[in-house]
Design a protein around this ligand. Structure first.
Ligand code: COA
Length: 391
């Protein structure tokens, strides 16, 4: 399959350079043919396909092929794509040695950022920015991320990493490497759906970070490292972990109203709500809500789902904030028994598909991304020699 090139060079819009757009709100900084968010109607499309269809029918592997190559693969293309992922799941022993040396309290996102950086010199095409090399590097990186996350969770718990499976799907293999046991079909399907839902999302902050790095003609690994560091923050991917901490703090559905009154009066941001682009509920949250309900019923523990539902109701009644992808993913992962600080790394395990697709697109029609700042500091400050600056 061939990777599509950029849809065409953007017309340079006439910008009023006297206006500062804090947070770049409303600024179109790139053209993309990878994904589209219809924020008014709460819809999301990957390469023109509705996320609802992909979540219902696709797999993470197929969705990744769609993002990278621009169209759904046929059967033989998909088989060969899946086999390439399977063949690239092992990470070099040298990188495992680095993980073994890290302090056990290192956050999994910090470990992931370090490990992706450490993988770069072991990649045979590390400095090659050609499209072929980048696609091959993306396969190796996407295949490696679950291995890193699962290996770290084992290492910090004093266990030896599990050798990746040579037959399980991307999602099932991740759960297998975490626990050492093959997951149920339901668990594998639910995680697979989560991976599909998180794979790309327009010019979100981490993707923008990846594109900025690529725009300097730095390499793919550097772009992914930038993106991981950006995803980590609680206003972006880190929100799913904060949602779960909120649910735990609330503890019981009877306490939700009181908790929310306190949160509103303290002007706290409610994690899992609000979005720069969506004005309607995020379509991914609808899927995750259903998955959370399904898992909670199957586990016989509705507590986290019920608390989530009550929080959502109260937010809806009091604020016009849409629910976002991070809200129900928290209870989904928690009910699956996944440690809270792996929630954001799982987001990265999926989003690497989108980041890398955006890096190809950036290279295919590159211009250095370099906005301006409005200087608001002092001017013409005299230089005071060191011996005249006091103690
Ligand atoms: C996602 C987010 C960062 C978007 O930010 P943004 O477009 O810059 O919007 P702002 O943070 O400026 O918010 C605009 C207003 O809505 C309020 N708001 C936005 N999200 C809110 C939330 N989750 N809870 C409470 N108030 C919120 C802000 O306080 C602000 O109110 P003000 O104008 O009275 O000061 C923001 O909604 C947020 O912090 N959400 C919580 C974190 C989260 O879930 N992140 C994951 C996103 S997928």
């Amino acid at each position: 399959m061939t990777v599509p090139t950029n849809p065409g060079k953007a017309e340079t819009p006439k910008l009023d350079t006297t206006i500062m757009h804090k947070g770049l709100e409303g600024i179109v900084a790139a053209q993309t043919a990878i994904s589209h968010i219809d924020g008014i109607n709460g819809r999301l499309f990957y390469r023109g396909l509705d996320i609802d269809d992909l979540a219902a029918h696709s797999t993470f592997e197929e969705t990744t092929a769609l993002l990278w190559y621009g169209k759904l693969p046929n059967k033989s293309q998909l088989d060969s794509f899946k086999n390439k992922f399977i063949a690239n799941r092992l990470i070099p022993n040298e990188v495992i040695s680095i993980l073994l040396m890290l302090p056990k309290q290192t956050t999994p996102m910090g470990v992931l950022r370090t490990a992706v950086s450490a993988l770069a010199p072991y990649d045979p095409a590390t400095g090659d920015n050609s499209l072929d090399a980048n696609v091959n590097k993306s396969i190796r990186l996407t295949a490696s991320l679950p291995t890193i996350v699962a290996a770290w969770d084992r290492i910090r718990n004093g266990l030896w990493p599990v050798t990746p499976s040579t037959h399980l799907s991307h999602a099932a293999n991740f759960l297998y490497m975490l626990t050492g046991k093959e997951p149920s079909e339901t668990a594998a399907r639910i995680l697979d759906t989560c991976l599909i839902l998180h794979a790309d999302h327009g010019l979100n902050a981490s993707t923008f970070a990846a594109r900025i790095t690529a725009s300097t003609l730095s390499n793919l690994h550097s772009a992914v490292v930038s993106a991981i560091g950006t995803l980590k923050g609680s206003l972006h991917g880190g929100a799913n972990e904060q949602v779960m901490r909120m649910l735990l703090e609330v503890g019981n559905v009877d306490r939700v109203d009181q908790y929310m009154r306190g949160a509103f009066s303290a002007k706290k941001k409610i994690m899992g709500f609000g979005h720069r682009v969506y004005k309607a509920d995020d379509p991914r949250a609808n899927w995750l809500q259903r998955l959370s309900h399904e898992l909670s019923e199957a586990s016989g523990n509705m507590r986290w789902y019920e608390i989530s539902e009550r929080i959502r109701q109260i937010v809806q009644d009091n604020k016009s904030l849409p629910v976002n992808v991070d809200f129900y993913s928290a209870s989904v992962y928690y009910t699956m028994g996944i440690p809270i600080d792996l929630f954001t790394p799982i987001f990265a395990v999926s989003r690497v598909a989108g980041w890398t697709a955006h890096v190809y697109e950036q290279y295919s029609d590159n211009r250095l991304i370099r906005p301006e700042s409005e200087y608001i500091g002092p001017m013409n400050v005299p230089y005071t020699p060191l011996d005249q600056r006091g103690k």
